[in-house]
Each structure stands twice: as structure tokens, then as C-alpha cells.
Design a binder for this molecule. Sequence first.
Ligand code: NCD
Ligand code: ZN
Length: 345
Amino acid sequence: MQTITLTRPDDWHVHLRDGAMLNAVANFTARQFGRAVIMPNLKPPITTVAQALAYRQRVVKAIAPAAKFTPLMTLYLTESTPLQEIDRAAEHADIIGVKLYPAGATTHSDAGVGSLKRIWPLLERMQQRDLPLLIHGEVTDADCDIFDRESVFIERELVPLRRQFPELRIVLEHITTAQAADYIRDAEGPIAATITPQHLLFNRNHLLVGGIKPHYYCLPVLKRAQHQQALLAAATSGNPRFFLGTDSAPHRLTDKHSACGCAGCFSAPQAMAWYAQAFAGQHALSQLEGFASVHGADFYRLPRNTDTITLTLTPNTIPEHYGQHDTQVVPLGAGQTLNWQLNNA
Ligand code: NCD
Ligand code: ZN
């Protein structure tokens, strides 16, 4: 039987939520990954170190004791974040960075930033303190087509921001376009990007052809196949600027099956099997360990994990749903069969 063994990977972008949903989903992540960067877009958002540490406690409580898993916390940047909060975050090893949501860009982003100019003092301080900035890279202008929002953000917001703060370490999260992949590959200075399984394996036809498929709806939205190909090339290139971030974002089934369905794909249960599927499809399984287990740790200047995981080439059918009642969630690719299965999962 064919197997691949990798240094244990990390998930550099995940939504674990809170309360019952946190308890329902956290162990899917903890079972596969050594560490994960936990997104702060709760309601209300995690805007202070004190809130992040309290949330971290709830995450730790939700994780099975046997799992050797470290949650890495983020703060949600607002226009009224005090400079002292940046200092506190920079001084606390459990806080890995600060997340920038343009106001209105995605789920629970209404407390986000309206104008980047207004947070320049905060970015200046982050640059001084070497605290990474994690960016949801989409403009929110009503007249900007949703499929163009990432590439317009890069030109109009990211390039000027980086000219102003050239030493600020930045992760452009969940990139979805050839423009983003090219920018990350070619730009100068400390920049990297995470890539999700859905953007490697699917494109907007999966979302829209033959009926609207809400479980393929996430933000930034899936783009055309040409962009999917560019992301596959980037992820499998071996370039250390590209690394794994699932953006697994569970929403209750009833919130997805709605006239105004929520954005987010729940990929956590089969996360590594999805990535193995994508890399195998490119005949690039040899690049998976760099992408999943090495590049992110190096970018964040953390030690690489020392234990391993093993995936086996064996049919792996994805359940139709997980959880019950308020925590019932449909996973990405429900009912489909993947080629790879994580051992002991
Ligand atoms: C995320 C969520 O639901 O929290 N949704 C998504 O579509 N990716 C938010 C985000 O990362 O944009
Ligand atoms: Zn996200």
C-alpha cells in the first residue's frame, strides 16, 4: 500500500469558532496539525490580548488531551486598536500576529478597517515590533466586481502599504488569483501567502454550474480555472513564500442553506487528504512537506514540528455532514471520495 510520511504539518489559517461549534470542530484540526493560527472573527471580535488569551483557554479545553496541538492566536485589527495593544501582542508568545479585515469583506468583518490610512500608526508600530500582519486581501467597493476584488486590492492597497512599510512581515491570506500568486512570487521583502484546499481543487464552475452549490461558496470567492491552475503551480513550486492555510470556516447547515448563505468551506476533517489530492494531481507529492510543514514555520520563525503524520492511498469517502442540530455542518466535498486518508484519523 502506498503511503507518504511528512513532518507534522501546521494550519496557518483556520476558524475554530466558539462554544458548541468550537467543541464540535477543534479536534479535526488538532488531530492533523501541530499548530494552527486561529482567526479572531468571533462575534464580538477578539481585539485584545486579554480576549485572545481567554479564547485560547477555551480552544485548549476543547482539544482532546492526547493531541499535541498548539493554538496560535491573532488579534482583530480595528481603527480604534490602541498602540499599547500592539505592544502587548508583540510581547506575548501566544499571539502570532494581527489580522486585517477590510470592513465588510467577509464573515464578521463589520468591525474591520474602513481606510488603511487610519491604521498607519498601528502598522508602523507592528513593523517596529516585527509583529506579522495577516491580510484578507479584498477591496469592498460596491462597484468593484466580486471576481476582481483581490487583484484590485493588491494594486490599490497592498502595493502602497508595502511601499510605506517595507519591513512589515505580511501574509496575504487565502490567495485566489494568478495576480496574487505572481505578486507574492516576485515582490521584494518579507511577504508570503496561504492557499486553501478549495482554491487548489475547485473553480467557480464547481460553485455555479448545474445549480448553486453553497458548500463551495467562500470568500474570496472561487475564480475561473486559469486561476486555479496558477495556484496549483505556486503551491507545488517549492517556493517558501507559499504555505498551507485551510481557511476551514464551519457554518451551521441552516446558515449555508439560506437565501443569503454564509461564506466559508468546512474542510478541516479531511484537510491533509485534500492537499495530498491536489499535490498528487500535479505529480508533486514531493513538494507537499515543504508547503505543509516547513515554509510556514520558517516564515513565522518557529521551530518545525518534530513528529510525523502518514497518509495512505486508500479510498476515503467524505461524510454528508458532521454534528447535530446547532453544530450540524456539511463538509467540503460531502459524499465525494478522496484518494488519500490520514492514518489514525
Ligand atoms: C470565513 C468565515 O466564515 O469566518 N469565511 C470564508 O469564506 N473564508 C472568513 C474569511 O476568512 O474570509
Ligand atoms: Zn478565513
